[in-house]
Design a protein around this ligand. Structure first.
Ligand code: URQ
Ligand code: ZN
Ligand code: ZN
Length: 463
């Protein structure tokens, strides 16, 4: 089975050039001008369009059991929605319950992911510590292609990692050639501020950002950076939402520390005025952590991407419907935290980033695909249009446009933080593992077609 993408401009992180792309099976086999179409090949006309590496969303939560419920998108609907948006790989999370064996949780998530329509791989969260956790981290790196371990510094009395766990886990990750990542919010401060607000009778969604101000995020970002600095580990900070955390990353990088930052499409576009909306469903639909911030923070995050102190964009796709969010109608701390975005990330970043001149098309590829592939060690298998790489490709129509709405999205949850935004620049075709899986509005996602992607350790694992 061959697919020939003809007449387009290939855009990689390093350059853009006119070329055809020939895929055979699940690999790109040739990139160059005037390629001949093998007999029976599917031809994709890319005239006047860009041909880019399929998006890699390094932060999603499909089928996540969280805050007493389970997300609306499972691994099929979530990855299928991603394919409709040009996203061909997700990095999701195995999140063991405290005291749950890591390998038990890992195999549980692997089972849930078998229905995925697109490729997937997992960060594994360290939510507790024991000698067995130490051992299991080694097994996950050596036998299961895990090279990143997540630490939630928030969510006290649930999955929060204390300093002892952070230090022991970071140290073990270094030994194994894996990278520690963090959700940087001080969980104790969040908890105490939540109790203060509830005692004052402030129970609506507006209280959510009041309980998680930028300083609460920055404290944790600085603490994680300091721990990584002392232990000499690299560090990846997920969903950097505010200027204060970005400044901490910028300082650390200027001092030569290997710290990477991730920005969510939502945090780059949406501001905290959403929490003032009188409709509970609208305001609660925007409850995620860290919360959406005031406008000066969006400007700072874009400068972070432009300046190379933020490296990837993601979505933290974690969808709950209105009925689920209503659990917190009288107590904002019970609103399941999470929003969607896997279907819209690339279009909103192109629209806000490339159309405005903030990013070149190559820089767009860097922050939507190539950097994530390199940071998590699956480059050049993913993240580049080159012979030998996976045939994960998005044909991008810079003149196309669509209006984003929960009414027309493929993702579940019935809500969209980009609701009503008309974007210019959209995927016309998505190719995943060499097959056309989306074309001009028609989604051809196949349940179970996605593959688990092993991510090798960064250095030979400890003997
Ligand atoms: O914190 C996360 O990343 C998960 C639990 C999704 N929810 C959220 O509000 N970001
Ligand atoms: Zn998080
Ligand atoms: Zn998350």
């Amino acid at each position: 089975m061959a697919t020939l993408i003809r007449g387009g401009t290939v855009v990689n992180a390093d350059r853009a050039f006119r070329a055809d792309v020939l895929c055979e099976g699940d690999k790109i086999v040739a990139v160059g001008p005037g390629l001949a179409a093998p007999a029976g090949a599917e031809i994709v006309d890319a005239g006047g369009q860009y041909v880019m590496p399929g998006g890699i969303d390094p932060h999603t939560h499909m089928n996540l059991p969280f805050m007493g419920t389970v997300t609306q998108d499972d691994f099929f609907t979530g990855t299928a929605a991603g394919l409709a948006g040009g996203n061909t790989t997700i990095i999701d999370f195995v999140i063991p319950n405290p005291q749950q064996p890591l390998l038990e949780a890992y195999h549980q998530w692997r089972g849930w992911a078998e229905k995925a329509a697109g490729d997937y791989t997992f960060h594994v969260a360290i939510t507790w510590w024991s000698e067995q956790v130490h051992e299991d981290m080694g097994t996950l790196v050596r036998k299961h292609g895990v090279n990143s371990f997540k630490h939630f510094m928030a969510y006290k009395n649930a999955i929060m990692a204390d300093d002892e766990t952070l230090v022991k886990s970071f140290r073990r990750a270094l030994e194994l050639g894996a990278i520690p990542t963090v959700h940087a919010e001080n969980g104790e401060l969040v908890y105490q501020l939540q109790q203060d607000l509830l005692r004052q009778g402030i129970t609506g969604p507006r209280a959510h950002p009041l309980s998680r101000p930028p300083a609460v995020e920055a404290e944790a970002a600085n603490r994680a950076i300091a721990i990584a600095n002392v232990l000499k580990t690299p560090l990846y900070i997920v969903h950097v939402s505010c200027k204060e955390s970005l400044d901490a990353i910028t300082r650390a990088r200027a001092a030569g520390q290997r710290v990477y930052g991730e920005a969510l499409a939502g945090h780059l576009i949406v501001d905290d005025s959403v929490y003032d909306h009188p409709d509970f469903d609208f305001a609660a639909g925007h409850v995620m952590s860290p919360p959406f911030r005031s406008r000066e923070h969006q400007k700072a995050l874009w400068q972070g991407l432009q300046g190379g102190n933020l490296h990837t964009t993601a979505t933290d796709h974690c969808t709950f419907c209105a009925e689920q969010k209503a659990a917190g109608r009288n107590d904002f701390t019970k609103i399941p935290n999470g929003c969607g975005g896997v279907e819209d990330r690339m279009a909103v970043i192109w629209d806000e980033g490339v159309n405005s001149g903030k990013l070149t098309p190559s820089e767009f590829v860097r922050v939507t695909s190539a950097n994530a592939a390199q940071i998590f060690n699956i480059y050049p298998r993913k993240g580049v249009i080159a012979a030998g790489s996976d045939a994960d490709i998005v044909v991008w129509d810079p003149a196309g446009s669509r209006t984003i709405s929960a009414k027309t999205q493929f993702a579940k949850g019935g809500f969209n933080v980009f609701e009503g935004r008309t974007v210019k620049g959209i995927p016309s075709t998505t190719v995943a593992a060499g097959k056309v899986v989306f074309h001009r509005g028609e989604l051809r996602a196949v349940e179970g077609a996605g593959r688990h992607i092993d991510r090798p350790a960064f250095v030979p694992t400890a003997p």
